[in-house]
Design a binder for this molecule. Structure first.
Ligand SMILES: Cc1cc2nc3c(=O)[nH]c(=O)nc-3n(C[C@H](O)[C@H](O)[C@H](O)COP(=O)(O)O)c2cc1C
Length: 364
């Protein structure tokens, strides 16, 4: 049985351990969505992860509706990512960029008042983070079929920029109720054309986007993230297995580097559900590396490897608060707890000041 500390081949990239850093939005870029110097320090501190998956990064202005989140559509953004990837590589790490189009959860404030785009004319529940505080979501405009080539071009440009910026690969964000998920799941996709209805139609956009990304990065540097179960930002499916199993099979055929699944959390938390987990069924049809996420600690992560359900585990909040997480796991050392108040706050506090074990030893 592999240990969490054994290497793993993720397509073209060799992860020296199976403790990955899950994508985490932190809101430390500029208002123009340009990465900043502290982001290089933050990611370099976490370079001992088997692989870092970056915070979700906008592929286009249309697709990004999060204050101070980074993008990858402009030359300025691409240039500003270079010191980040260099710092990670200099510290011995590897980093994929998570490519993000938020679809209907982009507030019109980010779009000069225009409606956001989605699979169908639906409105996300709740309120958007804007520069002027929280505001209710607006009704989305269904993407016209004629616009899909332009959307694919946006993903292609972001992929080219990610590679030019020095990322080792990209992960398509197809989870958590964002654009691709709004097409995948029947709770949000009410289309009657070739992109709606049957599971085959609902996975069409996913497959087109992944094929386009893979044509640029290579399938072996292309990864995907799903959250198949539960309600995420109002997006849910009546029968997740029926759509995520063929989706995983299609990704296997394309030959992606790995698939990451965010599993349902405990009752009352983001994405919690009474639906049975789809991950064991996906495991049967997806022969490539499978990464699981959500609420793992060292022991249950190792148990997931032992039971054959996963090849690696991605850690979100624990990596946020513990820059040297693999070493802490190796030593069975205590973990810092993450501070929710600074998840998205600007500046270094709660960002680059979580101590590593050696900092704690020096302070003692
Ligand atoms: C502050 C914060 C930011 C997040 N940002 C992203 C993101 O940008 N992309 C994404 O796919 N998931 C995002 N997530 C979800 C995490 O990747 C992960 O699925 C979640 O934290 C559960 O894993 P954990 O129990 O190990 O923390 C975020 C979660 C948190 C707490």
């Amino acid at each position: 049985m592999p240990s969490l500390f054994d290497p793993l081949q993720l397509g073209a990239v060799t992860a020296p351990n199976r403790i990955l850093m899950a994508p985490l939005t932190r809101g430390r870029a500029t208002r123009e969505h340009v990465p900043t110097a502290i982001m290089a320090e933050y990611y370099a501190q976490r370079a001992s992860a088997g692989l870092i998956i970056s915070e979700a990064t906008g592929i286009s202005r249309e697709g990004l509706g999060w204050p101070y989140a980074p993008g990858l559509w402009s030359d300025e953004q691409t240039e500003a990512w270079k010191p980040v990837t260099r710092a990670v590589h200099d510290a011995g790490g590897r980093i994929f960029a998570q490519l993000w189009h938020m679809g209907r959860v982009v507030h019109p404030d980010y779009l000069d008042g225009d409606a956001p785009v989605s699979s169908s004319a639906t409105t996300a529940p709740g309120a958007a983070h804007t520069y002027d505080g929280k505001k209710p979501y607006a009704e989305a405009r269904p993407l016209d079929v004629a616009e899909i080539p332009r959307l694919l071009d946006d993903y292609a440009r972001a992929t080219r920029n990610a590679l030019a910026a020095g990322f080792d690969g990209v992960q398509l964000h197809a989870a958590n109720g964002y654009l691709i998920d709004q097409f995948l799941r029947d709770g949000a996709n009410h289309r009657t054309d070739a992109y709606g209805g049957s599971p085959e139609n609902r996975i069409r956009l996913l497959v087109e986007v992944v094929e386009r990304i893979a044509s640029i990065a290579g399938a072996d540097r292309t990864a995907v993230r799903f959250s198949p179960n539960g309600d995420t930002q109002g997006v849910i499916d009546s029968d997740p297995e029926s759509v995520f199993v063929p989706a995983a099979r299609a990704l296997d055929e394309i030959g992606v580097a790995f698939l990451e699944l965010r599993e349902p959390g405990p009752e009352g938390t983001f994405g919690s559900t009474t639906q049975p987990k789809v991950s064991p069924v996906i495991r049967e049809v997806f022969a490539r590396p499978l990464v699981l996420n959500q609420d793992f600690r060292a022991a249950d992560a190792q148990a997931a490897l032992d039971s054959g359900l996963a090849d690696a585990v991605a850690f979100g909040r624990t990596f946020l608060a513990n820059p040297d997480l693999p070493e802490r796991f190796r030593r069975g050392a205590p973990l810092n707890r993450d501070e929710m108040a600074t998840w998205y706050s600007r500046g270094p506090e709660g960002y680059i000041d979580y101590p590593a074990l050696e900092d704690e030893a020096e302070a003692a």
